[in-house]
Design a protein around this ligand. Structure first.
Ligand code: ADP
Ligand code: MG
Length: 810
């Protein structure tokens, strides 16, 4: 848009290689900035002052100013391109790094033991220091190596006092002119005046030991001072600088002339102590962190092995790109992320490889039943549904077991597809089991499928907690004999003594409530052959996470809604306005439609909660909806009661259903066109989206009214609700939710252990995740058992055994 960014980008490219080629950069910039659009008038002066005198400035200053100019430009939206982001100096990676490590399995195991040793084995760490480190969860040497700097300080060069700028962190060197106590604004301070021949600076202490400082800072002595430059009237100063006397440079070599790592503070230890301890650990032990990832991958990705990365993160060399380090975007940070992702993806590839080796069923996928079913459907499949059905058919036809995740927003039509898959299996003489996360949902699937099933001559059974023991036995029997083709239930399906005659397909709905590992359990119900598995989820998983939690599954996405669906209109009401929302609800009820009112559930006090739901229900009935029938549904009801209420709602004997979030998944009442969510600020974004998916299931315009209490415009909750009002796109919402809450919260605690990375960030390091995935999968393809990489295999098991139960399949 604005071309004053162009010369800046050109000048800063490749570490300012072009800078000397550009003549009159300042003049050019001044002219261009004079012409920036009206709306940026307010920033013009700042920009102009940065350019004034630029052509006369020293090279260093030029670079600094160009960087600032670029930053300002980017913050104003002039340029999307971050300066020199991909232009890491790539400080000539020495080829040695790419030599495969030569180490025996024995030596590797010994190295791992060494790393597990207590920090006390380090020079300078006794029981006292160890205790202080333990407070930071640093117990072993490995812990210490992973205690990475939170920032870096540039102490590579001495800055002439006359060049110091306010706010700059700098190292200066000079001679003390005078020192002593002074009084400013009623406070006693210690001041020392220092000069290096170019200018003067005042060093200032508010908390001090007078005797010590007086002795240290005697006039005539030379010192280094490290600190942040401030301005006080016309003098520049440093408050509480770090002081290093001339002659002590050697002793404090970690403190000067370098990019200095800044660690988060450890109570009772000075920065210098921490740096020293870590230096010892890095020198002696960092190489033991060798990760045994084939070097060809590092070479291809321009990344580095873990040990090299860790060393450089703690003590970078002076040629390093400081700003990348500070932003945690250096090649070393990326290498760290790669290391973590690689082992995750290797674990997933390994697991997937195991499943792929099992013998599957080759289904015939174009039988008569399937064809006639498609012909009888009252609608045409969307093109997304067709595509996904093709993917499933291909899997089912192949002799390998299917392991597919079917992902799509609520109401996109996954269930129809699942049913077609079930029909294929049944037509081939196999049985199908479908697992739902809640009884209500299982029941609902059952009722939906039964409608189709009767048409097709398929025997469907519901195995839920609510049925009588006699009926249960009957179902068990039907499954053993093969009389029942299709059974739907909750986790009871694999917990109880259910046996199948010929299980061919397992369908799992809402997988991520089950946890990743339970998939295998149901599959084991089949004898001899591995049945195909189709996992359905209506919680859109951002691609980033899809590759991790579902990394061992193939992915099919339905990203299109059936034609004619009207987007739900979502509106936010604040407390004082909520009567308006309820007025609008009444309007819908008068048209013959139904409504949900959702109340949040506070887990700690379910009793209280129950009362709240009941009281609120009574209140709504008598005061707001006297002319309509209000019903209540909550988690403390027995499944029988719940079922009764749901049926009443479906049959329209209830107009307004008040519920805690138990209504969240899958409930399908197309006549319900409006939902009120009370205390919407207490819900997560994805959860709100799920709830909202209960309306908008028919042809009529639907509404969702969010009611928020005590909410500030700046809060994250407000942002959540705004996003919800703006879009109906589940994937967009999931991405936003992930950004707002991070992967752990996004998936709920059950799954988060899976995704705890030391340093990698699923969002920021997405590209690296893709690389790691590609590399890990290619490795497993060539060497599925990791026979050629025994150490890598051991490292894999060491890191992932707990979390992925690798051993179960290994
Ligand atoms: P999901 O399981 O993805 O939430 P469903 O399969 O329950 O979605 O579909 C929601 C509703 O849309 C159902 O009533 C279903 O019959 C209907 N439906 C499914 N596919 C289509 C389509 N291609 N065109 C029209 N309606 C469809
Ligand atoms: Mg198959």
């Amino acid at each position: 848009m604005l071309n004053f960014v162009k010369p800046l980008e050109f000048a800063s490219k490749n570490q300012f290689q072009n800078l000397h080629k550009i003549k009159d950069l300042g003049k050019t910039l001044l002219a261009l900035i004079e012409r920036i659009p009206q709306e940026f008038e307010g920033h013009k002066d700042r920009l102009l002052s940065l350019c004034k005198g630029l052509d006369e400035a020293s090279l260093e200053e030029k670079k600094e100013r160009i960087k600032v100019l670029l930053e300002v430009a980017i913050s104003l939206g002039f340029s999307r391109k971050e300066p020199s982001k991909n232009e890491e100096p790539l400080k000539e990676i020495s080829l040695e790094v790419y030599q495969e490590p030569k180490l025996s399995l024995e030596e590797y195991r010994k190295a791992k033991e060494e790393l597990k040793k207590s920090v006390q084995f380090l020079k300078g760490v006794g029981p006292k220091v160890a205790k202080k480190l333990a407070k930071k969860e640093i117990h072993t040497i490995e812990d210490l190596l992973f205690f990475l700097p939170r920032d870096y300080e540039d102490r590579r060069r001495l800055i002439p006092i006359s060049d110091l700028k306010e706010g700059q962190k700098a190292v200066i060197f000079g001679e003390v002119i005078k020192s002593g106590i002074a009084y400013t604004s009623k406070r006693k301070v210690f001041e020392a005046s220092l000069t290096d021949g170019t200018g003067f600076i005042t060093l200032r202490w508010f908390n001090f030991n007078e005797f010590y400082l007086k002795n240290l800072l005697r006039p005539g002595k030379n010192f280094y001072a490290v600190g942040e430059v401030t301005r006080f009237g016309r003098t520049i100063e440093m408050v509480h600088p770090e002081i290093i006397p001339e002659g002590e440079e050697e002793k404090l070599e970690l403190e000067l002339g370098k990019i200095v790592p800044i660690y988060s503070s450890v109570e009772g230890l000075s920065e210098r102590q921490i740096r020293k301890i870590i230096k010892n650990a890095v020198e002696e032990y960092a190489d033991l962190l060798e990760n045994f990832i084939p070097r060809s991958f590092f070479k291809k990705r321009k990344l580095l092995p873990l040990n090299v990365a860790i060393k450089n993160l703690h003590f970078p060399e002076n040629e390093e790109n400081l700003s990348l380090l500070k932003k945690e975007e250096s090649i070393y940070h990326k290498s760290l992320a790669y290391d973590e992702f690689f082992f995750l993806e290797l674990a997933l590839a390994f697991k997937k490889g195991k499943v792929k080796k099992e013998k599957g069923i080759s289904f015939k996928t174009d039988g008569e039943k399937v064809r006639s079913f498609l012909a009888k459907l009252p609608f045409e499949l969307t093109s997304a549904q067709k595509r996904v059905l093709e993917e499933i058919r291909r899997d089912m036809a192949s002799g390998l077991p299917m392991n597919r995740l079917l992902q799509g927003d609520v109401g996109c039509g996954k269930t129809v597809i699942a049913f077609i898959a079930a029909l294929i299996a049944i037509e081939n003489g196999y049985q199908v089991a479908m697992m739902a996360p809640t009884e209500i949902l299982a029941e609902q699937h059952y009722h939906n499928f039964r409608r189709y099933a009767q048409l097709m001559g398929v025997n469907v059974a519901l195995l839920s907690g609510g049925i009588t023991p006699a009926k249960k036995r009957e179902i068990y029997h039907g499954l053993t004999t093969g009389f029942i083709d299709f059974v739907i239930g909750t986790h009871a399906l694999f917990q109880e003594k259910v046996e199948f005659k010929k299980l061919g397909l397992v369908i799992i709905d809402e997988q991520h409530r089950f946890g990743v590992l339970q998939r295998a359990a149901l599959r084991e119900k089949a004898k001899g052959v591995t049945p195909d598995t189709l996992v359905m989820t209506a919680t859109p998983i951002p691609r980033t996470l899809g590759l991790t939690i579902y990394g061992d599954l193939d992915l099919s996405i339905i990203d299109e809604m059936p034609k004619g669906r009207k987007p739900i209109i979502t509106k936010l009401f604040l407390e004082y306005n909520k009567h308006k929302a309820y007025e609008a609800v009444k309007e819908e009820l008068r048209k013959g439609h139904q409504a949900y009112v959702i109340l949040p559930l506070i887990e700690e006090s379910e009793k209280l909660d129950l009362k709240a739901v009941t009281t609120y229900g009574e209140e709504l009935q008598s005061k707001v909806f006297p002319d309509f029938k209000v019903g209540i549904l909550h988690g403390k009801m027995s499944s029988l009661e719940k079922e009764r209420v749901m049926h009443q709602f479906k049959r329209k004997e209830i107009d307004v259903l008040i519920s805690t979030t138990v209504v969240e998944v899958g409930v399908d009442v197309p006549n319900a066109t409006v939902m009120v969510i009370e205390h919407a600020e207490r819900f997560g974004l994805s959860q709100l989206h799920q709830l909202r998916g209960r309306v908008g299931r028919g042809e009529d315009q639907s509404y969702c009214f969010l009611i928020a209490y005590k909410i500030s415009m700046e809060s994250e909750a407000f942002r959540r609700l705004q996003i919800l009002c703006q879009t109906n796109d589940g994937f967009k919402i999931a991405e936003e939710d992930l950004k707002l809450r991070g992967p752990g919260d996004f998936l709920g605690t059950k799954q988060s252990g899976y995704l705890e990375f030391k340093k990698a960030d699923l969002i920021k390091d997405y590209q690296i995740l893709l690389w790691a995935r590609e590399d890990a999968f290619s490795l497993i393809e060539k060497d599925p058992e990791l026979i050629q990489h025994p150490i890598l295999k051991e490292e894999l098991i060491r890191r992932w055994e707990e979390r992925l139960k690798l051993s179960e399949i290994a």
